[in-house]
Design a protein around this ligand. Structure first.
Ligand SMILES: [Zn+2]
Length: 284
């Protein structure tokens, strides 16, 4: 899952205000980017910084909210377990996308039972302890879930979604499309949501793809990919119309082939010195 903008509890009005502060005028033309691992070309309408700024503010808001509820980083052992896994994976992500070394990576955990794992632009990650416990995830399986989220981040999927949504806005001569308008339509217009679905599904598959590469490069046995998705699929059952992740049974057959693909990468990882990312302290 990739959380597009507002974290739960963040009011639309507040986000609008935030967006005005960081709003960037579109109209300077598209920039093209290539996704790490898959090489897919993306059309980016907006620069990275306003997207990252909003993600950072949303994330801060969510940290404060969870902290007030006593649901943030309470289990120190799990927090360090999750951060250790993240530092191995982020180090690999940076090797695939060097500019990500400058991004404001940050990892927290929550006991909020609604949270599995999500990412926000710029490398803001959240992992739910209820999710870890209920699936009884071992370190390797947990790494698979987190690597999927890091895949969304280095592929800049949110920036791409906002860019695509901007292209839905009606174009009149001399009318400039503001980021704030795009965000509003993404948050409030169900038609926009559905028009973004094909891209969302593609991004979910792509995040799996990148995630598998990251785990293998970090020296995590690819079989964990299959066991993780098998656990998720067993409990998943059906598919909701609002589920952007696609049916889990299809994902399992996909990840089996990806695990085969990842085996030589995993084997090669044993001959390299796998680095670890060191988190920069953030003051809240
Ligand atoms: Zn996802």
């Amino acid at each position: 899952m990739v959380r597009t903008f507002a974290a739960a509890g963040t009011g639309v009005q507040e986000m609008i205000r935030v967006w005005f502060i960081v709003a960037l005028l579109a109209g300077s033309g598209l920039v093209f980017a290539a996704v790490p691992v898959t090489g897919r070309v993306q059309a980016m309408q907006f620069s990275r910084s306003p997207i990252e700024d909003v993600a950072a503010i949303s994330y801060q808001h969510e940290l404060k909210r969870l902290s007030a509820l006593g649901e943030l980083d309470t289990d120190k052992q799990t927090l360090s377990r999750v951060r250790n896994i993240c530092s191995r994976l982020i180090a690999q992500a940076i090797l695939l996308k060097p500019e990500a070394a400058q991004w404001p990576w940050e990892v927290h955990i929550t006991s909020d039972s609604q949270v599995a794992a999500y990412s926000m632009a710029g490398g803001k990650l959240m992992v739910g302890t209820h999710f870890i416990d209920s699936y009884n995830l071992n370190d390797n399986e947990l790494a698979v879930a987190i690597a999927h989220e890091i895949g969304h981040v280095i592929a800049e999927h949110v920036r791409e979604q906002v860019s695509l949504a901007a292209s839905f806005e009606s174009k009149f001569p001399n009318r400039t499309i503001h980021v704030v308008d795009v965000i509003n339509s993404m948050e409030s217009d169900i038609a926009v949501f559905f028009r973004l679905q094909p891209l969302s599904r593609l991004q979910e598959m792509e995040a799996d793809d990148i995630g598998i590469e990251l785990t293998a490069r970090a020296g995590i046995y690819p079989r964990a990919v299959v066991s993780f998705y098998a656990k998720i699929a067993r409990s998943d059952g059906g598919q909701s119309i609002l589920d952007t992740h696609g049916p889990s049974t299809q994902r399992v057959s996909f990840v089996k082939s990806m695990a085969d693909y990842a085996k030589p990468i995993y084997t090669a990882s044993h001959t390299t010195n796998v680095p670890a990312y060191v988190f920069v302290a953030h003051s809240h």
